[in-house]
Design a protein around this ligand. Structure first.
Ligand code: PLP
Length: 411
């Protein structure tokens, strides 16, 4: 049994008071906090091993290179990729998705082809495809959601056709907390000869992900949403696809040999890692993965579900609170979007902050989804394994205080 109160001790940032109140950090979908072991590994790298990678033969350069490449293997095993060369370090999910849109797609998308996304996409997995469609004359199509906010597989079957070249979907929604049936969607995409690109930014931190079992061709995620430093992320790509793709950026590290008028490129993953990489970031990501593996991803998922199983019904029971997404906690990740009738979500988030509760408010980089839901913005509470029932109580209490302060329901 995991002692979650002990786990919290690894996150000193959570001990502070905000506006005189205990901090309830519920903005984990935006970024998570870093535990002391990850901070120590980061410090250790800079204090003892810092050097540039792949270039030097001196001791520190060899150590830094080994740690960087070990981090790649750690990621490989964590998502069960078949080969470490399928792991490309990026700045984050956004860069990984842009990489696929700019390289694989540059070769494969032509006028009249179809790119299919869901209406629930974060702008990171939408704008690159939209711009590609504009540039190539391809058609961008959307898969709608069911009435409970889940991806509608029947709609997907209609939208994905033999003209579809790319299906790009989020694995878990950053607004609705829903999980996409990725395995079925991958099979459907493949039946039509399309590749499937998944945005795992809200999935990999929260439950076990096996890219081979899912059958995805590309899969992107960000380190900072799973305990590691900012500016590091991962793009997984099937090796045969990566090998055939042109480079993303040009420069050092990504070449095999350079002549005056021509260049041959390195093999994947180096072909896609031009310039000095974020070595410390990769090391912090590996450290974060080891930390999560120590807890066990099944335990992380179970604990988050327990929190949602109490938070969601309590939010649903609140007068003048509208919750978006499924009302069944079993269908939810730790993300809960809501509004209070008559209040702008920014006012809600500011009022909750006065009570020590950190939530996000806005369109959550998902404006087409907001439009689809008929709102311009929402507040969003998002949980991680270090949250506890006290955080849930504090959220509900703060919502009640906010309603009272703004006289909600009495005007
Ligand atoms: N995709 C989803 C579902 C997200 O929630 C986010 C970040 O909020 C991103 C992509 C972009 O991640 P990053 O900004 O780390 O690249």
């Amino acid at each position: 049994m995991t002692e979650w109160d002990d786990v919290r001790q690894d996150f000193p940032i959570l001990k502070q008071r905000v506006n005189g109140e205990r901090l309830a950090y519920l903005d984990n979908a935006a970024t998570t906090q870093r535990p002391t072991p990850v901070l120590k590994d980061l410090m250790n790298f800079y204090q003892h091993d810092n050097a540039n990678v792949h270039r030097g033969v001196h001791t520190l350069a060899v150590r830094a290179t080994n740690e960087y490449e070990n981090a790649r293997q750690t990621v490989q095993h964590f998502i069960n990729a078949a080969d470490e060369r399928e792991i490309i370090f990026t700045r984050g999910a956004t860069e990984g998705l842009n990489l696929v849109a700019a390289t694989y797609s540059r070769q494969h998308i032509h006028e009249g082809d179809e790119i299919v996304v869901s209406i629930a996409e974060h702008h990171s997995n939408l704008v690159p495809w939209q711009q590609l469609a504009i540039a190539t004359g391809a058609c961008l199509k959307y898969i709608d959601l069911t009435t409970t906010g889940e991806l509608d597989l029947a709609a997907a079957e209609k939208q994905i056709t033999d003209r579809t070249k790319i299906v790009a979907v989020t694995h878990a929604s950053n607004v609705l907390g829903t999980i996409t049936p990725l395995q079925q969607l991958a099979a459907l995409a493949h039946q039509h000869g399309a590749v499937i690109v998944a945005d795992g930014a809200q999935a990999v931190p929260h439950f076990a992900v096996d890219v081979q079992q899912l059958g995805v061709d590309f899969y992107a995620f960000s380190g900072h949403k799973m305990l590691s430093g900012m500016g590091i992320g991962v793009l997984y790509g099937r090796y045969d696809l990566l090998a055939a793709m042109p480079p993303y950026q040009f420069g050092g590290e990504m070449i095999s040999s350079v002549q005056r008028q021509s260049t041959t490129f390195a093999e994947p993953p180096y072909k896609f890692e031009a310039g000095t990489p974020n070595v410390a970031g990769a090391i912090s990501l590996a450290s974060a993965i080891h930390y999560l593996q120590g807890l066990g991803m099944a335990e992380v998922e179970r604990h988050e579900r327990e929190l949602v199983a109490t938070a969601l019904p309590r939010l649903l029971a609140e007068d003048h609170v509208t919750v978006y997404g499924p009302h069944d906690p079993a269908k939810h990740t730790g993300v809960i979007a809501f509004n209070i009738t008559g209040l702008h979500p920014h006012d809600v988030a500011t009022a909750l902050d006065m009570e020590g509760v950190a939530v996000r408010a806005g369109h959550h980089c998902a404006q087409p989804l907001m439009d689809y839901l008929g709102v311009t913005a929402t507040a969003r509470a998002s949980f991680y394994f270090y949250n506890n029932q006290q955080d849930v109580d504090q959220l509900i209490h703060a919502i009640r205080e906010t309603k009272e302060f703004f006289h909600v329901g009495s005007i």
